[in-house]
Design a protein around this ligand. Structure first.
Ligand code: SF4
Length: 363
């Protein structure tokens, strides 16, 4: 299947309400229906009806024009696998044949969508299934927004939280990610507060600085991997481009911009790798100058050289951190039994022997 999608119509899900209004005005469709943009936006983004032909109170001629102007479809669901913990892993096939994954995760009666920002990923983190696929391409705005709306429509759940922890490095697709956040926050749309949107980054330092300078309301979390610089460089090759100290500086700047609130660092627990006394010493030595929460995530094995620890091993190690005075959480990933965990998406594709092209922009 070809890799270039033939898109002649404007993807409806890529438009803010203001852009939709301008497009309808340009097409002469606002003359007798100033409320048309709002009605259309609510129908699709709030009611999950991916059919402008069912717009209430809109004449047949106008509906036909809308169908000519806009491409509007839910993403094609390849799989929707429920897990023991009520999370559901979705695999979507995009127009060009790329497959991406999204996870719907329950938490205290609310629902989070863990979305992908790229098809595959170029950054090759050693603990991550997606990294082993390579990068096919950045996702477009409508493909990011479409994940959330399709999952909501399919599950019948109202999504209150969004995390960019699926496939891809979100800060290598900044513009599309930020626009998607704005669209999904619209009061005429999905109404997900930007304060409840989390973007996880492996450490794209210039983009972190741009994020901080822009004053976005979404939250960044940082994938630390390990606090020993040499180990981190092995686990996360991005560090060869953006060094450990510059990453920590950018995190300090981000923390300061949030009024000194705790910054979340994600730490991967790997047996015989990141659970030693030297790792505790490195945390004491390097993670200074800002307040942080350490989320310790037991590895889901994707590489024979990296072994998953038992929960007891992780607990024993984190108990040594408690006296250091910062919050430590052991975070068990939702949907662990089916490879639907953070950094694990794409596992099913790997099992099928699929790989994406390596990006020429790879680190
Ligand atoms: S952990 Fe994130 S940045 Fe690293 S390879 Fe996986 S998807 Fe890419």
């Amino acid at each position: 299947m070809g890799l270039t999608a033939e898109v002649t119509k404007t993807p409806f899900l890529s438009l803010t309400e203001e852009e939709l209004t301008a497009a309808l005005d340009h097409a002469g469709l606002l003359a007798f229906g100033a409320k048309l943009p709002e009605i259309a936006y609510r129908l699709v983004h709030q009611n999950g009806q991916f059919d402008l032909g069912s717009l209430p109170g809109v004449g047949a001629h106008k509906r036909a024009r809308l169908a000519e102007l806009f491409e509007l479809g839910a993403l094609e669901i390849l799989e929707a696998e429920p897990s023991w913990d009520q999370s559901v892993r979705y695999a979507f096939r995009l127009r060009d044949g790329a497959v991406i994954e999204t996870v719907l995760i329950p938490h205290h009666g609310l629902w989070t969508a863990c979305v992908s920002s790229q098809a595959g990923c170029a950054l090759r983190c050693g603990f991550c299934a997606t990294g082993k696929l390579g990068l096919l391409r950045n996702l477009e705005v409508h493909e990011i927004v479409g994940q959330v709306l399709t999952v909501a429509a399919h599950s019948g759940k109202r999504i209150s939280d969004l995390v960019f922890m699926g496939m891809g490095e979100p800060l290598q697709n900044e513009a599309a990610v930020y626009k998607s956040c704005a669209i999904l926050a619209s009061t005429k749309g999905a109404q997900i507060s930007q304060k409840r949107m989390v973007i996880s980054t492996s450490g794209i330092v210039p983009a972190i600085r741009r994020f901080t300078a822009a004053g976005h309301r979404m939250k960044l979390v940082f994938s630390l991997g390990s606090a020993v610089p040499e180990k981190r460089a092995q686990l996360m090759p991005i560090q060869r481009t953006y060094g450990f100290e510059s990453l920590l500086d950018s995190i300090r700047e981000y923390g300061a911009s949030r009024g000194g609130k705790h910054v979340t660092l994600e730490y991967i627990a790997i047996r015989d790798w990141t659970l030693g006394d030297e790792d505790i010493e490195a945390i004491k030595q390097h993670l200074v100058g800002f307040k942080f929460i350490l989320n310790v995530i037991p590895l889901n094995p994707v590489d024979p050289e990296l072994a998953a620890p038992t929960l007891e091993e992780v607990r024993a190690w984190t108990s040594k951190l408690r006296p250091l005075g910062f919050p430590v959480k052991i975070r068990r990933s939702s949907g662990r039994d089916q490879g639907a965990a953070c950094g694990q998406l794409g596992t099913s594709l790997l099992k099928q022997g699929q790989t994406f092209r390596r990006s020429v922009e790879a680190v």
